[in-house]
Write a protein that binds this ligand. Structure first.
Ligand code: AP5
Ligand code: MG
Ligand code: ZN
Length: 216
């Protein structure tokens, strides 16, 4: 199963990706997580990416495409993968298609988690993440069992630096201008499936699974 997850900031891509990757045993590849890991390790990629991410801008395609191609060439992606947050521009989508074509592969489903912008701010500002294992929580919609601690590993959970109100507004803007056109791109290839992301986390997951089972 080769899937990509599309959707605005806070749509629940990371939340659903974790569930999907466990259910179908495919690696979850998040470009946002890769960049954040590089930022915390202060690699040269991390230093370059931080400039853009902190402002809510996209990291340039030249930096992003190669990272994904390298990751997809790894052995664990042979039988499928789930891309979360990539592609985000038409150029990235074309690069992905080229890469897969060279390996006689193609995307099965581009899953768009649709959430109107009025829901996004509350989701973003209430999000907390675990810096150690990457788990994601929400203080109201998906709180950890023990306040301020990660259920999975016990680390202190924190707020992402780009989850401030001002940066979130910029991220929504960037999404609408640069990423939203991908819905039409995948629709024209008959690969798009849209799920209503305003449902509960469990309901969104069930809808996705029903669709994936029907595609088999
Ligand atoms: P990235 O990390 O991908 O951020 P994003 O796309 O803005 O999406 P988020 O991670 O913020 O949201 P999500 O959809 O994963 O939602 P989540 O599941 O956490 O990218 C960050 C930055 O990196 C970008 O701005 C860019 O600079 C750079 N970047 C990354 N990829 C790039 C690329 N390909 N090209 C260029 N630059 C790139 O959920 C959000 C919150 O809501 C959580 O608290 C969760 O618990 C809660 N929640 C989830 N689902 C529900 C629900 N159904 N009901 C209620 N609450 C819910
Ligand atoms: Mg995410
Ligand atoms: Zn953790």
């Amino acid at each position: 199963m080769k899937m990509i997850l599309l959707g605005p900031p806070g749509a629940g891509k990371g939340t659903q990706a974790k569930l999907i990757s466990e259910r179908y045993s495919i690696p979850h590849i998040s470009t946002g997580d890769i960049f954040r890991k590089n930022i915390s390790q202060k690699t040269s990629l991390g230093i370059k990416a931080k400039e853009y991410i902190d402002k809510g801008q996209l990291v340039p395609d030249e930096l992003t495409i190669d990272i994904v191609n390298d990751r997809l060439a790894e052995q664990d992606c042979k039988n499928g993968f789930l891309l979360d947050g990539f592609p985000r521009t038409v150029k990235q989508a074309e690069a992905l298609e080229d890469f897969l074509r060279k390996n006689n592969q193609k995307i099965d489903t581009a899953l768009l988690i649709n959430v109107p912008s009025e829901f996004i701010l509350e989701r973003m500002t209430g999000r907390r993440v675990c810096p150690s294992c990457g788990a994601s929580y929400h203080i109201k919609f998906n709180p950890p069992k023990s306040e301020e601690k990660c259920d999975a590993c016990g680390s202190d959970i924190v707020q992402r630096k780009d989850d401030t109100e001002e940066t979130v507004k910029d991220r929504i803007d960037v999404y609408e201008k640069q990423t939203q056109p991908l819905a039409d791109y995948y629709k024209s290839k008959d690969q798009l499936f849209v799920v209503d992301g305003t449902q509960s986390i469990d309901e969104v997951f069930e809808t996705i699974c029903r669709h994936m089972e029907s595609e088999k």
